[in-house]
Design a protein around this ligand. Structure first.
Ligand code: UGA
Length: 435
């Protein structure tokens, strides 16, 4: 069977390569010609563990990558996995998905088979039925359920675990009408992932499932961050022990209880804003999610207020930010809390020094010469008045008092508590530990 995947970001490229290893003939489409030529050279334009190996294994054998969308014409399954980036009011920008849909509809007019279009992109409830379906039917003059299938198929993979999650997702969600096309896709997924539960429902429920999932994850993080702030007010209290204990309650579970500087990345912040915006347009007050966002922002303000108190005045002081990626094992800095921190420090006229094992170039593209990019952790610490550990990279967990001796003032703010067990000869503050 021939399968097309349109949009080769983390989701699309992981899906295309994994399907190609399962001996489907896969065509990966992306309008970005530079990206296509990078991929054709067996290189990935972003960092994602294991994905390069899969690309090398499948390219030119079972996987073709191209910018020519007309290649989808004899595919049975057509996955859409293009981005739906945020707009200023929190709503999502549908231009990319609408444009791809219009191109698919055009090709649909000449297609002899009955293809199935699967929407993997994260879209607000109602989008598949009210925006995507009308474009497909109007432009192709064909009927959904008769000449082609349309299924909402949200994705739950995590960056840094994209391959693993694509090979073995925790769930498959299928939204659509209970027709022959849905049955076909159910069979396809049950063969691909024999032990994974499949939830089939209508389009709009499948769409809200994706937002509910990310909203719950963000809620868990803000919950533990709220507890972390309370722990900070209790002498000797440690949020990690609290998380460990409550995580053993099967009704709570141990995951996503790591307190920190707040959640970042290209998904959680965007999706929470989008669902709040959608709810308010529907006349629903999402007070819980508003609080989740507020607590998230507060984490950063708390860090700034500690620095201001300890370094007063902070104008002209040299401050080191350790970790720029929104989480370890990625070079992705999109919506990373570290970037927000740097912006606030620059606003306060601080001289900012940054370090990250792999995310320096993506950060340089944003701040250019406004900050100093250290080549090593030692270089980053030298002469600094304060070091803030933002991302839990392994190499920061081996830092010792000797390394901090390079600093002018040994003030450490550890947002991930990776040095909490060490007896350090420094002034040490950690998110979630009461002094
Ligand atoms: C998130 C979801 O976890 C995926 O299930 C979803 O498919 C994806 O968004 C998406 O919608 O595309 P991802 O953005 O890769 O995945 O990142 P996460 O691992 O969820 O981390 C997000 C942020 O939360 C990071 O800044 C991380 O440091 C923070 N976090 C996470 C915590 O502060 N504490 C935790 O316990 C967990």
């Amino acid at each position: 069977m021939k399968i097309a995947v349109i949009g080769l970001g983390f989701v699309g490229l992981s899906l295309a390569t994994v399907l190609a290893t399962k001996s489907f003939s896969v065509i990966g489409i992306d309008s970005d010609k530079n990206k296509i030529s990078t991929l054709r050279n067996c290189k990935i334009p972003f960092y994602e563990p294991r994905l390069d190996i899969l690309l090398k294994k499948t390219l030119k054998r079972k996987l073709i990558v191209s910018s020519d969308i007309s290649l989808i014409k004899d595919c049975k399954l057509i996955f859409i996995s293009v981005g739906t980036p945020p707009q200023n009011d929190g709503s999502i920008d549908l231009r990319m998905i609408q444009s791809v849909t219009a191109q698919i509809a055009q090709i649909l007019t000449q297609m002899k088979n009955e293809p199935i279009i699967l929407v993997k992109s994260t879209v607000i409830p109602g989008t598949t039925e009210k925006k995507i379906l009308p474009i497909l039917e109007k432009k192709s003059r064909k009927k959904v359920g008769k000449n082609f299938g349309l299924i909402t198929n949200p994705e739950f993979l995590r960056e840094t675990k994209a391959v693993e999650d694509t090979l073995q997702p925790h769930v498959v969600v299928l939204g659509g009408n209970n027709d022959k096309f849905l049955k076909f896709v159910k069979k396809f997924y049950s063969r691909l992932h024999p032990n994974v539960p499949i939830i089939s429902t209508n389009h709009q429920t499948a769409e809200i499932i994706k937002y509910a999932n990310n909203s719950f994850l963000a809620t868990k993080i803000s919950f533990i961050n709220q507890i972390a702030r309370i722990c900070e007010a209790i002498r000797g209290a440690n949020v990690d022990d609290v998380a460990k204990a409550i995580g053993l309650d099967p009704r709570i579970g141990p995951l996503f209880l790591n307190a920190g500087p707040g959640y970042g990345g290209s998904c959680l912040p965007k999706d929470i804003k989008a669902v709040i915006n959608f709810a308010s347009q529907a006349g629903v007050n999402s007070s819980l999610l508003n609080a989740v966002e507020l607590i998230n922002e507060d984490q950063l303000f708390n860090i700034i207020s500690i620095i201001k108190k300890k370094l007063s005045p902070i104008v002209g002081k040299k401050i080191t930010v350790l970790g720029l990626a929104f989480k370890p094992d990625t070079d992705d800095v999109r919506d990373s809390v570290s970037l927000k921190l740097i912006k606030l420090l620059l606003k306060n006229k601080v001289s900012v020094v940054v370090h990250d094992p792999i995310a320096i170039e993506n950060t340089r593209a944003i701040f250019d010469s406004k900050i100093y990019y250290a080549k090593s952790v030692k270089d980053a610490l030298r002469g600094s008045n304060c070091a803030i550990i933002m991302t839990a990279w392994k190499e920061y967990s081996v830092l010792s008092s000797k390394d901090f001796k390079l600093m002018k003032k040994q003030l450490i703010i550890d947002c991930r508590r990776i040095l909490a067990e060490k007896k350090l000869d420094v002034e040490y503050y950690a998110v979630g530990i009461g002094l």
